[in-house]
Write a protein that binds this ligand. Structure first.
Ligand code: SAH
Length: 367
């Protein structure tokens, strides 16, 4: 995949920047402290400071000896990414543009509902998968995010919105990138977010959305401790899906469906199947019929997402009557489909509108 020249390689970067501890799991933190001649419980203490109390300054970690605070501050960092821009939609959704240590930019979205809060986080800078309806695809894949950069997004938004440390929130890996194409870092971030000594989120609050990366779905299913799974289906024939989602040529519908059928869901758990409605392409009654057949017998629930426009992309959003008709056609077949009217459209923060490369983004707004 194409690597943008101006982005320094991460290994080179690590040599000149102190290593971030934001993405270090509790176990690794304890090992790291052992190697420095400290007892492992210091690892738990520091982990708590970073993830439970969200402390960004080693010097303020008051139950650590001064010498340890000083040596940590010399060798490591818990700094957050730089905020490069922020825009807010009337519905309260806000999109943050974050600049990483190598200058790469990513977007993270804060979505408050009446009684819950969801953060939509990115897993990669850009994306390799080339879906024709998604703005991120235009960037290509620049690089994977580290677990520290994933956690950095969460901390930056929680702090920026002054979210109380005891308030629970949800995470969706539905920002830029394909999370299963960056499996290890995403899982480390998941383990940190669910650690009882950190934010302590339940796995139920974390959803990973995939383009239909079958190897990744199987790898995820084999994991004891894992987030919920969402699969972007978006089309019901191999012909159309192959045209709008190139990944379908590698893993066609039947193979994807089998991976979903084999996925070891827990009692009461459902896989979310996402289906983007695009006018004249994915929104007629035949599609609804095929969609019902695809889902029949799968432990899945359906989320219909009316396409969010992005300048230059060759698709259109169906009108409301067509969206309703599509949903009704599914209901008649006994399928419970919810329509996800994406939030944040005014701030270009809705599904499929996240893009940060200078030439690819018509939306950039800086604060
Ligand atoms: N790579 C992952 C996660 C990012 S996309 C994936 O493909 O699932 C998150 C969701 O937004 C996916 O379901 C995707 O199909 C949908 N999406 C992408 N572009 C969109 C657009 N312009 N309008 C509405 N939904 C879109």
């Amino acid at each position: 995949m194409r690597v943008v020249d101006s982005h320094m390689s991460l290994s080179r970067l690590n040599r000149i920047q102190p290593t971030s501890l934001l993405g270090t799991s509790r176990t690794s933190l304890s090992l790291l402290l052992n190697r420095r001649g400290e007892s492992s419980y210091r690892g738990d203490q520091i982990f708590r400071w970073i993830h439970e109390r969200r402390e960004a300054d080693f010097q303020a970690m008051s139950d650590l000896p001064a010498s340890l605070r000083a040596s940590l501050a010399r060798d490591y960092t818990v700094a957050r990414p730089q905020v490069a821009g922020r825009s807010q939609a009337g519905d309260g959704t806000s999109k943050w543009v974050l600049r990483l240590a190598d200058g790469a930019e990513i977007e993270t979205v804060f979505i408050p509902y009446a009684h819950r809060l969801t953060l939509c986080v990115s897993s990669q800078v850009g994306c390799a998968f080339g879906c024709t309806f998604c703005a991120t695809a235009a960037m290509g894949r620049v690089r994977d995010l580290t677990a520290a950069e994933i956690i950095g997004q969460v901390l930056t938004l929680l702090e920026g919105h002054e979210v109380a440390p005891d308030r629970r929130f949800n995470i969706v890996f539905m920002g830029m990138g394909e999370p299963l194409d960056n499996f290890d870092e995403v899982m480390t971030a998941f383990d940190i977010l669910t650690d009882p000594l950190g934010a302590g989120l339940s796995w139920r609050r974390i959803t990973l959305s995939t383009v239909g990366h079958v190897d990744g779905i199987r790898r995820l299913g084999a994991r004891q401790h894992r987030p919920r799974l969402a699969v972007s289906l978006n089309a019901t024939t191999d012909l159309l899906r192959g045209r709008i989602m190139p990944i379908n040529k590698k893993w066609p519908l039947a193979v994807l469906r089998q991976a979903m059928a084999d996925f070891p869901v827990r009692p009461g758990e459902r896989i979310t199947c996402e289906y983007v409605l695009m006018a004249g392409e994915t929104d007629d009654c035949e599609d609804a019929r095929r969609l019902a057949r695809f889902l029949h017998g799968l432990p899945a629930r359906l989320n219909l997402i009316p396409w969010n426009p992005s300048p230059g992309l060759p698709h259109a959003r169906p009108d409301d009557a067509t969206i309703e008709r599509f949903r009704d056609a599914l209901l008649r077949r006994g399928l419970d489909a919810s329509i996800r009217f994406s939030r944040g459209g005014e701030a270009a923060a809705a599904c499929g509108q996240l893009v940060t490369s200078r030439d690819a983004s018509p939306w950039r707004q800086h604060s």
